[in-house]
Design a protein around this ligand. Structure first.
Ligand SMILES: *Cc1c(COP(=O)(O)O)cnc(C)c1O
Length: 273
């Protein structure tokens, strides 16, 4: 199954119409409230407590001034996809001592040092080399970090993350890294406006978690499922998400195409399913 350029273009158009830019604290308060309302409604549909879903605002591409508005509106943890961008913002906003950073994008070993310094959470762990390097740097910094193991549930070759069948062995190796607190699994669904193709990605992550939980290594927590973004977080919540990563519905539509963040795209290969 292949995601066509038309579908990607359509999804981008839809997001630009749907998500106006937030340019004041009031805008952010309103958008945050609207997202919380959508979270509550989704929870209600499936009998979940809205408090069981954490909203992670994703601030990538937006400038410091907008992040500061979001902060005043109540955001204390911001998700960023790229390390350099996140580090720049962290340095510029060091005066906000209770603002924390979650790295939600792929990490190369040569960026581990920076992440170990400032991030409180890393959601895209998918290699032992990165786990080892991160653990070593965190030891040096005297810090610990919450991590999520990223799983590729869409079968798209373009997306990072471990194939589901590789996760069990990966988890067995993680207790060796004492600074990493494994909280759960993370995934990106297929980038499509078609719910029938998006939902199975979330179901796959939840079912994988249920299987893995039965013999998870000691100290490896699998309580959390980080899945769902502006366009699909209600579906993700219906399927068990405990963290939703929401950018555009809070900050406004991004100018940058998502392909910039999920290196892919022009030669996007056919997926497996
Ligand atoms: C950008 C991004 C999101 C948020 O996407 P929006 O469409 O802005 O809600 C979520 N997860 C990851 C990994 C991202 O890079």
């Amino acid at each position: 199954m292949q995601v066509s350029i038309e579908e990607v273009t359509q999804a981008l158009h839809e997001s630009h119409g749907r998500y106006p830019q937030a340019n004041s604290v009031e805008d952010f308060r309103r958008n945050l409230a609207a997202v919380q309302q959508r979270i509550s409604s989704a929870c209600q549909r499936v009998g979940r407590d809205p408090a069981s879903v954490r909203l992670l605002p994703v601030s990538k591409t937006f400038d410091e001034a907008h992040l500061r508005l979001a902060y005043v509106a109540g955001c204390r943890l911001l998700g960023e996809n790229k390390v350099q961008e996140a580090q720049r913002k962290w340095e510029a906003m060091a005066d906000l001592t209770d603002l924390q950073w979650s790295i939600i994008g792929h990490l190369q070993t040569n960026k581990v040092k920076q992440v170990a310094r400032f991030a409180s959470e890393f959601q895209a762990l998918d290699s032992l080399r990165v786990a080892e390097a991160l653990d070593r740097r965190l030891q040096v910094e005297g810090r610990r970090m919450d991590v999520f193991v990223q799983v590729n549930t869409s079968g798209e070759v373009s997306k990072y993350g471990l194939p589901p069948e590789a996760v069990a062995a990966f988890l067995r190796a993680l207790p060796a890294f004492s600074t990493l607190r494994v909280r759960g699994l993370m995934t990106l669904a297929l980038f499509s406006a078609d719910v029938a193709r998006v939902r199975p990605c979330f179901v796959r992550l939840r079912e994988l978690r249920e299987r893995l939980r039965q013999d998870a290594p000691v100290g490896i927590g699998l309580e959390e499922l980080s899945m769902g973004m502006s366009g699909d977080f209600e579906i993700a919540i219906e399927e068990g998400a405990t963290v939703v990563r929401v950018g555009q519905a809070i900050f406004g539509a991004r100018a940058m195409p998502d392909a910039y963040y999920w290196p892919t795209a022009d030669a996007r290969p056919a997926s497996h399913d």
